[in-house]
Design a protein around this ligand. Structure first.
Ligand code: G3I
Length: 318
């Protein structure tokens, strides 16, 4: 018994979720679970560039402020997501030349990070997101194609200048296990830190799918990053299944969830785990993978699934 956040705190970890702003404002059942069970919040969408600065210097902080206020009222931390990404970034940014793009990036980071720099709830940021391709090369994004890899170091330096106390993370998917992509990330983090670029933290998104198997070297992978001196964390955990749900698939999914919690518990440098939502009512998965879903801890009627029990038990006794 007792909420997830109590057990996580007893283990020295956060347990977070990605928040959608509409149910956070409008649904009591959503709000109750959000405030009771979790100790950290990531905005699922509303801190991204297309929401916060849809045209140059035209700012919209309403959703971001809503989430920060909710967190403050419930003694929760906020992890900012995300400053520099190739997706959900407006066309006006994508079309800029190199000098203007770098200065737009600096302005965006200074303004957004600076807004919350003295806010006690906002403690960390995803500074760059998904900069690698699956083979371990740099992703061919407008950022990389216009600025080269220097945009990464610049983004971290701008973020540090905007909030010297925030923990600054690099974040990606398909880097949970040891593979070409996670090794590229490892090499980049090592090289950035050798140049005194302020990278404090590595985020493993953790968008898992039962049909692809569990990355059994997750703990070992986290440990090698920890040895570089960075904090690690799981930032966007979900475990999708091929629909429909069955009790066997629920059980497999629950095992994946407890494996992730246990890996974080076993690694001192792992600060915690954020789940990418909590109810199957609100999840990115069916929009992206139409035959898949049911990836989260609660069903669409806010009933706890075996995955909830698995997370709870792992935090309690894992
Ligand atoms: O806001 C518009 C709305 O005005 C419009 O009516 C509606 C019609 O489709 O779309 C709304 O925008 C959607 C937005 O979510 C807000 O709901 C976009 O179409 C949709 O593409 C967007 O999806 C988000 C996705 O990132 C975009 O890449 C998901 O909610 C969000 O969960 C997902 O999160 C990402 C992380 O940020 C980074 N890592 C991967 C993860 C999963 O894709």
């Amino acid at each position: 018994s007792g909420p997830l956040r109590t057990h996580a705190a007893a283990r020295g970890k956060f347990i977070g979720f990605a928040a959608a702003t509409s149910p956070l404002a409008n649904e009591a059942a959503y709000r109750t679970i959000a405030q009771t069970e979790f100790s950290q919040i990531t905005a699922e969408n509303v801190m991204k560039w297309d929401t916060t600065e849809s045209s140059d210097n035209n700012w919209n902080f309403s959703g971001a402020d809503q989430i920060v206020a909710f967190a403050a009222a419930n003694n929760q931390q906020v992890h900012g997501h995300t400053l520099v990404w190739h997706s959900q970034t407006p066309g006006w940014v994508q079309g800029l030349g190199a000098t203007a793009m770098r200065s737009a990036m600096q302005d965006h980071i200074s303004t957004l990070v600076g807004r919350y720099a003295n806010n006690a709830s906002v403690v960390s940021w995803d500074v760059v997101n998904e900069v690698f391709d699956e083979n371990g090369g740099f992703r061919s994004s407008f950022w990389y194609n216009t600025l080269g890899q220097s945009f990464i170091a610049d983004a971290f330096r701008y973020a540090r200048a905007a909030d010297p106390d925030a923990r600054l993370c690099i974040n990606d998917y398909n880097v949970e296990g040891i593979n070409a992509k996670s090794t590229a990330m490892y090499n980049l983090v090592q090289s950035l830190r050798a140049q005194n670029v302020p990278v404090d933290c590595v985020g493993f998104q953790g968008h898992l799918a039962t049909q692809y198997g569990f990355p059994s070297d997750l703990q070992q992978n986290m440990q090698r990053f920890a040895a570089l001196g960075v904090q690690v964390r799981v930032t966007e955990l979900d475990v999708r299944i091929q629909m429909p749900r069955t009790s066997a698939k629920d059980a497999t999914q629950a095992t994946y969830y407890s494996n992730v919690i246990n890996a974080c518990l076993a690694v001192t440098a792992c600060a915690g785990v954020t789940i990418w939502g909590f109810t199957d009512k609100y999840s990115w998965v069916p929009d992206t993978f139409p035959s898949e879903g049911a990836a989260l801890l609660y069903d669409a009627s806010y009933q706890q699934k075996p995955a909830y029990t698995a997370v709870h038990n792992a935090l309690d006794n894992g």
